[in-house]
Design a protein around this ligand. Sequence first.
Ligand code: C5P
Length: 414
Amino acid sequence: MQRKSILLLISGGIAAYKSAELIRLLRKAGVGVTCVLTKGGAQFVTPLTLGALSENKVYTDLFDLKDEVEMGHIQLSRATDMIIVCPASADILAKMAAGIADDLATTILLATDKPVIVAPAMNVRMWQHAATRRNVAQLRADGVTIIEPDVGEMACGEFGPGRLPEPAALLTHVLAALAGDSADALAGQPDFADDNVDALDGRHILITAGPTHEAIDPVRYIANKSSGKQGFAIAAAAADAGANVTLVAGPVNLPTPPGVTRIDVTSAREMAATVEKALPADVAIMVAAVADWRAAAIAPTKIKKDGSGIIPPLPLTQNPDILAGLASSPQRPGLLIGFAAETDNVIAHAQAKLARKGCDWIIANDVAADPMGGEVNRVHIITANGVESWDRLSKSAVARAIIAKIAEILPGME
Ligand code: C5P
């Protein structure tokens, strides 16, 4: 990529600290960064930090005579390839939507002829407020690209959508947009927030998530590296879209998303029984990394080393396949979705799995490229109609895109 430069507008919010890391990553990627700091932003990061990281002058004041003579706010708004507002507070979104220009950042935003990307970050209630929804819809209609906030725990202790994505995920979006020289490069990002609120109203969505633990004896078990993050993010996105969500969770350390009915289980057999009890469902999304095998017999007491050096045998037996069981059940959900974590030949293996399991979609991801437990996922949606590959996205964005896709096809399935 020939050397590109961006204008980074930093507004007020605790997430402003993440913009410092974003500058570092952008500089490392060879992108020139000029920062504009709002009054609110300056409560959280200093011009000195931004100046040191960007190795550039930091602009703060619309009426700074010296800056105006040297550069001028109109020139500043045009002498860049792209403008990124990160973090974007509810206040700056409102000003942008209304066309208010009462400080340097908002004046630049009104004067620019360059693509604008905003990365909102705020409390979940502020993000879900009707005023913010309206403003975001207006900005989209005006051609501004919105990087959806992540779902997660907030600095204020609440849980939900509103968190600024991690700097590495922001970098991916910005580089993709710069490479395409237009915000259209973010087409892999779903427009979930406005189109799908209440799109799944009253639907029952059954989701499994996390690993299972298969006991060997009272202190040992067979497990895997699944964190449950992708399944929990899908549950959060489904609840956000108005669905009644039952989340059957293996042993994970994650808070329950708001509005989700969660049932905790430990083993594959418990998970299978709980899933069966939760039927009927309109949609089932089996995200859990269910252990394929369990110990043929669980020792009632701890298996001891006896000093002989002989390794005790560990006979295994097959666990029930919950997904395949649902596919052949008389109560088969209308839309049945499985996941496939693969390390090689991702699409070919996933296509074979679609046929073998009897489900409608397989969502495949390459766990060699994005190891289990991480924050991002590059997925391929495999259906009878072919393969759809999405950009590498945060797990929240993948979740919203899956829910948007379900909301799109569900009405036609009646
Ligand atoms: O066969 P494999 O484990 O790769 O298939 C993965 C898909 O099947 C996932 O959707 C997973 O939740 C589901 N599965 C299941 N029960 C099992 C094994 C996998 O529901 N015992």
